[in-house]
Design a protein around this ligand. Structure first.
Ligand SMILES: Nc1ccn([C@@H]2O[C@H](COP(=O)(O)OP(=O)(O)OP(=O)(O)O)[C@@H](O)[C@H]2O)c(=O)n1
Length: 411
């Protein structure tokens, strides 16, 4: 049997980026031989084994043919006669279809190294279209490899657009779509993923709420970058610079969905877009089974980002004390100040996600934190000692918080 390193590990090593996962292909072996050598079988649909020591994945070289719809429609052939070239040709991109032999030789029958040098994402063969997830994977690689400026080969773009147009994305389960989004939001330039989806028509199918932001005008003075879609991608970029967490980046992407449902006769204004966005965010999250915590955070950002910005206008407090308190309360700031801090980060990304505003200071961030600290100066024990009981304790705490806020904003 011959063993080769394949896929992403070969690609990433050639690009000189860290390799996290190593996948291996075994040529000329049977399942029985693998088991006899102590490998543990894990794949149900095709023969994949875990190495007895490293626990890395070793797959028998295989060919695959799609027979029907969905993920169960593959017929797999994984006998010892399957060659490495036959295994590599069923893979998605040329840059992912290279192997490295144990002596270090690179086996590259489909031009992966040239495409890697020329920074091109190109499908290997017609087999690409057998798996609709690959539309998302290519978009994800555009995001992941954005620091290297990879572009899509024209023929791959056309093929992806055809796959989308023929309705194949409907086969994707919500979990798989969300998994890709999670990986993308952890990458260097996640906005590239959504741009590529847009280029091949997949955005309209998977995220119609984002598609609806195209061409939605905004006041030019505050948004020289253009429409609400361009703004959204810029906010995502800024959020990616400011914070590594999934919830911050996802909320940045969601925060202005409400602008997509403003009646066009009201454009470029979007009064009330914050509240209008909440049901759209919820629907999208439910569609993709987004974890509740992430959905909840994205909804809070969507609903309150306007008030957070307006917390200071021209450097001065602008809202009523009760409103400040309500925002803090409804955003969960009293219970979970860390999450509230993240919400402020998304708002900062929103302010900076505009052409020419990328470096602006966002004094609201420190202001709201100081306001929260001031509001929190409540001695619960003293309130109880004063004789308050039951519901009256909570009312007294609230009253004290509002008094503290009032003192704070009056300076
Ligand atoms: N839908 C898929 C999934 C995987 N692959 C192939 O299987 C390899 C391993 O897949 P995976 O671990 O998902 O991706 P990586 O390429 O390793 O990249 P990353 O770990 O960065 O996602 C890929 O390189 C590719 O050759 C494929 O052709 N089509």
């Amino acid at each position: 049997m011959q063993i080769y390193l394949v896929g992403g590990a070969v690609r990433d090593a050639l690009l000189q980026v860290p390799v996290y996962d190593r996948d291996w292909v075994v040529v000329g072996a049977s399942q029985e031989q693998m088991l006899a050598q102590g490998f543990q079988q894990v794949g149900k649909d095709f023969p994949v084994f875990l190495h007895p020591d490293s626990k890395e994945e070793y797959a028998l070289a295989r060919t695959e043919r799609k027979q029907g719809a969905g993920y169960h429609g593959f017929s797999v052939f994984a006998e010892p006669c399957v060659t490495l070239e036959e295994d590599l040709i069923r893979r998605d991109l040329t840059i992912n279809a290279m192997a490295r032999a144990q002596d270090g030789t690179i086996i590259d029958p489909y031009g992966g190294q040239v495409d890697l040098q020329n920074r091109i994402l190109r499908h290997v063969s017609g087999a690409f279209s057998e798996d609709p997830l690959r539309v998302l994977r290519v978009a994800r690689f555009a995001a992941k490899l954005a620091p290297f400026d990879f572009v899509l080969a024209e023929e791959t773009k056309i093929l992806m657009a055809q796959m989308v147009a023929s309705g194949e994305l409907a086969e994707l389960t919500p979990e798989r779509v969300w998994q890709e989004v999670v990986k993308v939001l952890g990458s260097a330039e996640p906005h590239r993923f959504f741009e590529v989806l847009d280029e091949v028509g997949a955005l309209a199918v998977l995220f119609p709420e984002l598609q609806a932001l195209h061409g939605v005008t905004q006041p030019e003075k505050y948004h020289p970058e253009g429409d609400a879609w361009i703004h959204t991608l810029m906010v995502l970029q800024q959020a990616t610079v400011l914070d590594v967490s999934l919830e911050v980046r996802f909320a940045a992407l969601m925060h202005d969905l409400g602008k997509g449902v403003t009646p066009p006769e009201l454009w470029p204004k979007h009064h009330g877009h914050e509240a209008a966005g909440v049901p759209l965010v919820k629907a999208l999250c439910q569609r993709y089974r987004v974890p509740k915590k992430i959905e909840h955070f994205a909804c809070k950002v969507t609903e309150y980002h306007g008030l957070i910005h307006n917390g200071l206008k021209e450097g001065a407090p602008f809202l009523k004390p009760k409103t400040y308190h309500k925002v803090l309360q409804n955003c969960g700031a009293y219970k979970d100040p860390q999450t509230f801090h993240k919400l402020l980060i998304v708002c900062q990304a929103d302010a900076r996600g505009r052409l020419g505003f990328e470096q602006i200071p966002y004094p609201q961030l420190v202001f709201w934190q100081q306001l929260l600290a001031a509001a929190n100066q409540v001695d619960n024990q003293a309130i109880i000692a004063e004789g308050f009981t039951g519901k009256a304790i909570a009312e007294q705490i609230e009253k004290t918080r509002i008094e503290n806020i009032t003192k704070f904003i009056r300076g």
